[in-house]
Design a protein around this ligand. Structure first.
Ligand SMILES: *Cc1c(COP(=O)(O)O)cnc(C)c1O
Length: 355
């Protein structure tokens, strides 16, 4: 059954800022989608209301114990319409994250309807310039006011929208990566594959220290042996080793990225040799030295493809792709953004029209 979404429009609509002033996640549109959950009642009262603050008890479970999940996807302005990129994948992933932290699932069709209704209502906020987009942030927070540690009996699901600027406004700048051998992001059996706030709190100190040393991001190794490659910052990571495209397997500690999955599919479409396998930092450093490491890149919704310019591990730095943008990085970036903005055919039916 379709959701009956009540709509309360703002009395003070704002003028969206010019495209060239946009960065990431600083500007929000006039409205947000909200829906409540209470035990015994299920999800109810879907509504679109003016963007605004929530009133929460200081005892709210989410504020103390982090019971929450979120997603991140984008709407793009194609020639004659606004379209989403693989929203069903984000919707399914949010339910898997929900399962892990005991949050009730959302009906996928309701979630998609909520996104489409909100983006449709806010379409004038979708920026027009090449490379810009409307970022969509669905979030669920546990709202029971209770200091005991248990799963909340009530939740708020909300979606906010943020027009974002082109990620590569000043051209693609390959990132300098520090391989992190002290801190870890996640361990098997933990929260690594859920998009839940704790993972990001766990990552801040390593990122801050790396940035203080002049690095862009850290490359995470596994939590047991500090040997196997997991992710880079908040992106999945790929290596081109000889003729093999390699990424870490989904073994529970890494986030199953939608962009990762799209890259795997495209490389397979192109007949490339693709492996989801364990890859050690020693293998990567040795390949970099022997010249077998052709390129490396991170993948995620924000950047799509983020080429790695250098890797530093235990005091040793190797350049990757001569510090530039590799051939496959460029081809993947052009293909995925081509599909997102409707410039290229969409053989896998990845895009979903909003209006
Ligand atoms: C969201 C996220 C990714 C990338 O996922 P996409 O679906 O491609 O945006 C990778 N790693 C982490 C830790 C993430 O939070």
């Amino acid at each position: 059954m379709a959701l009956k979404i009540k709509i309360e429009k703002t009395k003070t609509p704002r003028i969206p800022p010019p495209d060239d002033s946009l960065a990431f996640g600083q500007v929000f549109t006039d409205h947000m989608f909200v829906m409540d959950y209470h035990e015994g009642q299920g999800w109810h009262d879907p509504r679109i209301v003016p963007f605004g603050d929530f009133a929460l008890s200081p005892a709210t479970i989410m504020l103390h114990y982090g019971q929450a999940t979120f997603e991140g996807l984008k709407a793009f302005r194609a020639r004659d319409r606004i379209q989403l990129f693989r929203p069903q994948a984000n919707i399914e992933r949010m339910n898997r994250s929900n399962d892990r932290v005991c949050i009730p699932r959302l009906a996928p069709e309701d979630h998609l309807q909520a996104i489409i209704s909100l983006v449709g209502l806010e379409s004038r906020w979708a920026p027009k310039t090449e490379g810009t987009s409307l970022y969509i942030r669905p979030t669920i927070i546990a709202t029971e006011p209770f200091l005991g540690v248990h799963a909340s009996d009530r939740y708020i699901f909300f979606i906010i929208l943020s027009p974002v600027g082109a990620y590569y406004k000043e051209g693609v700048n390959p990132v300098k990566i520090l391989v992190e051998d002290e801190f870890i992001r996640a361990a098997k059996g933990g929260l690594g594959e859920a998009k839940t706030p704790a993972n990001y709190a766990a990552s801040l100190l390593a990122a801050q220290r790396a940035q203080a040393k002049g690095f862009t991001q850290v490359l995470w190794l596994d939590g047991v042996e500090r040997k196997w490659i997991e992710e880079v910052g908040t992106m999945n990571i790929f290596f081109v080793l000889g003729d093999e495209v390699v990424t870490s397997p989904l073994t529970g500690t890494i986030l199953p990225g939608v962009t990762r999955d799209s890259v795997l599919q495209l490389c397979r479409d192109w007949g490339m040799k693709v492996s989801e396998r364990m890859v050690s930092i020693d293998e990567v450093m040795a390949a970099a030295e022997s010249g077998a490491l052709a390129e490396s890149f991170g993948t995620g919704t924000a950047a799509v493809i983020s080429p790695v310019g250098s890797l530093t591990y235990q005091g040793k730095t190797v350049k990757v792709a001569d510090g530039g943008v590799g051939k496959l990085s460029k081809k993947l970036y052009d293909t995925i953004t081509g599909i997102q903005y409707g410039r290229l055919p969409d053989p896998h039916q990845w895009v979903v029209a909003v209006e």
